[in-house]
Each structure stands twice: as C-alpha cells, then as structure tokens.
Design a protein around this ligand. Structure first.
Ligand SMILES: [Zn+2]
Length: 244
C-alpha cells in the first residue's frame, strides 16, 4: 500500500467545484489542488489534523486559484502552476512546462500540457498511484469548454490523456457528470455503457454523492469526446454541447 490518500472538499458553489487534497499519510502533509476558497481548505485541514505543504494549479481561472493568496499569506509553501499562465498567476513559485517533474515526498509527478480550455492548462499525472488531476480538460463523460485554444488543440490534449494507462483514476475539478451523461446519452443513445453509467450517476446525485473519480477505461467507453475519431467529429460534438 502506498502511503497516500486523496480527500475531497465539496465547495458547494454554483460551479460545483471540488478541491482535491493529496495526503502523505505518515507525515499528514497535504497538497491542495486548485483551491477555490482558502477557508474551506484551512477548516478541513484543522478538522483532520493535516498540514498544507504544497499547492498545485491546473490553470488560471478564478474558481481554481481563488484561495491561493490567502493560503500563502502566513506560510511560504510552494505554489506550482503553468508557466504559460504565470502573468495571470503572479504568485507561482514553480512555473511548470510539459514533461516537467514535481516531487511530493517520494512521489514523482509528471506534468502534461493540455492546451484548449486555456492555452497554458496543465494536468498532474502520478504513475505510481494511477492518479490524474485533470482540472477542466477531461471531465467524467465530458470535457472542458474550448475558451482560449482551438478545437484541434483540445482534441490532441484529450488524446494525450486517453493514451494514459486505462486504470488511471481521473480526478477532475467539477461535478458535471450528470449533465454530461445526459448529453452523452443524447449523442449515443444506443451505447449500453453510457445507459448504465447514466443510471448509476443519476442515483449517486440523488443521494448527493460525488461521482468521481472516474477512470480512463470508463471514459473511453462512455465519454463521447474521447470517442470522437477526428478533429471534425470532436468540433461538432463540442459545438453541440455548448448549445445543449
Ligand atoms: Zn476553467
């Protein structure tokens, strides 16, 4: 057993953000990924006797970086994030590029560049744990909107993630799975895996439960955006979803 554990903080905001905490259990130190609100992280760490020791950011959007300034006010913990967005995230202490490496205790984390949602968007892949923190690029049964990049860039970024080991667990930032499932069923009504997952996700959400993490394997079966064969098909799907 690896001495790491992942915690979920449900921000309960309109955008349905989750803040993921990666804990090194022997030391009780944690990394906060995309901390929307400082107070939620501080409160959670106090209640669970955890010590915040790093912050990882996937991209510059406010709901991902909103809590950082307050969290680093009284400490000098490192803040990792995309170099390409460092002008928009001035408090980065470690600016990261594609294939850079980050360490957390004895874990080796690989940075993958995935432009599309924003131009500098990065994700954090931990091979030893089979874990991916995918930000707003790959969602459960969906993908992020293409705000800054081109559809071609987003298509290639998603393909990069689709090529990770199938067992990789996908921790994305938002609880959008049910609305994504409705769209997936709309475009692939005969896909049994999508039908099954839709029912499962609907039940979880009725109980107020989190639908994450997903896996790359499950996404390959049920995520229309990963199932698109070419840029044209992807662009068509993304445009449909934007107006769904
Ligand atoms: Zn975003």
């Amino acid at each position: 057993m690896m001495p790491f554990k992942i915690h979920c903080i449900d921000v309960q905001n309109q955008l349905q953000n989750y803040i993921w905490l990666l804990e090194h259990t022997p030391s009780k130190q944690v990394v906060a990924i995309d901390p929307t609100e400082a107070s939620l992280v501080t409160k959670y760490c106090t209640e669970h006797n955890l010590a915040l020791s790093q912050i990882w950011l996937t991209h510059w959007h406010k709901d991902h970086i909103g809590g950082v300034l307050e969290l680093i006010e009284s400490t000098n913990i490192p803040v990792y994030g995309p170099q390409a967005e460092s002008s928009k995230i001035p408090f980065l202490t470690h600016a990261l590029q594609h294939e850079d490496r980050v360490n957390f205790h004895d874990l080796d984390i690989e940075i993958i560049s995935v432009p599309g949602h924003t131009l500098g968007h990065i994700v954090y892949f931990i091979d030893a744990l089979d874990v991916l923190f995918s930000g707003d690029t790959l969602f459960a049964m969906g993908c992020g909107r293409v705000f800054e990049g081109t559809h071609e860039q987003m298509f290639h970024s998603l393909n990069r993630l689709a090529a990770l080991p199938p067992r990789t667990q996908v921790y994305c930032t938002h609880e959008y799975t049910l609305s994504n499932a409705k769209f997936a069923l709309h475009v692939e009504p005969d896909n049994l895996a999508i039908q099954e997952r839709y029912t499962h996700v609907e039940r979880l959400r009725l109980l107020g439960q989190c639908t994450l993490p997903s896996t790359i394997e499950l996404e390959l079966e049920t995520n229309p955006f990963l199932r698109a064969n070419d840029v044209e098909a992807f662009t068509h799907l993304r445009t449909l979803k934007d107006n769904f």
